[in-house]
Design a protein around this ligand. Sequence first.
Ligand code: ZN
Ligand code: ZN
Length: 305
Amino acid sequence: MELTFLGTSAGLPTKERNTQAIAFNCLPYENQIWLFDVGEATQHRILHTGVKLGKVSHIFITHLHGDHIFGLPGLLTSRSFQGGKDKPLTIIGPKGIAKFIQTALDISQSNLNYPITVNEFNTETELNIDGFHVQALPLKHGILSVGYRITAPDIEGKLEVDKLKRLGMEPGPKYQEVKANETFEYNNQTYQSKDFKGEKKKGKVITIFGDTMPCQNERILADQADVIVHETTYIEGEKHLANDYYHSHIEDVLNLMDEMNVKRGLFTHLSNRYELEDVQMIEEELKSKYKNDFYFVKDFDAFQI
Ligand SMILES: [Zn+2]
Ligand SMILES: [Zn+2]
């Protein structure tokens, strides 16, 4: 799986950073891409990446602030002309997102040539999508903002061919049966498939947070995650300034990582006051103080998970 950051600025775009959007590539599980938030001009950013709009099957919106949704109408209409024809799209987001989309499309007399489903929720939601489990819980941002905890499907252990051969089973269609079922029969005997497979690997957990100040639900969403993507609007200075505006300070997020045993933090949504050079300096300073595995991401950064 891969996360590509298409916009990493908070509130306003800068010359270096666009407003919020992330592409999540579901391969090797599914050949599809999920977007998380669609800030203004996300489609322009996408043109510089390998992301194909026709492959975008789901769009998750964390909250309805403009820096997270103003790129949505343009991206939806372009999708009609960029490989999206007849390919269904599902949009998941807080209540109000359907009205926003419908109004923009109606007023501009835009027609989409593919079916669209908008899946709105009031406070929280839980979904199963092609074997992925997605849980959304409300955060604390003055407007409903959620974090999405994505659990990838477990990876089945490899078949232990030697053991099967010892039973007398030669490679063939029967092996598929062992792979796909809990039990299988051979020579009138029933066997447990797990006895002929290597150890199952737990699916990875990736949590993508909407804007928020510290709150209890963050802990639930971040618990033991392999990766969290979190806003760090303020990466230095007084902590209370961040929280006064319902945002997070870098110390809040590093504490969350420690407390909930998070393996890696990818930090985005940086205040437009910081230029890339400043961020680099601050990052070096923080890394000398904190042991956590974290990065301040830039536009177009991509991470394998
Ligand atoms: Zn924001
Ligand atoms: Zn916001």
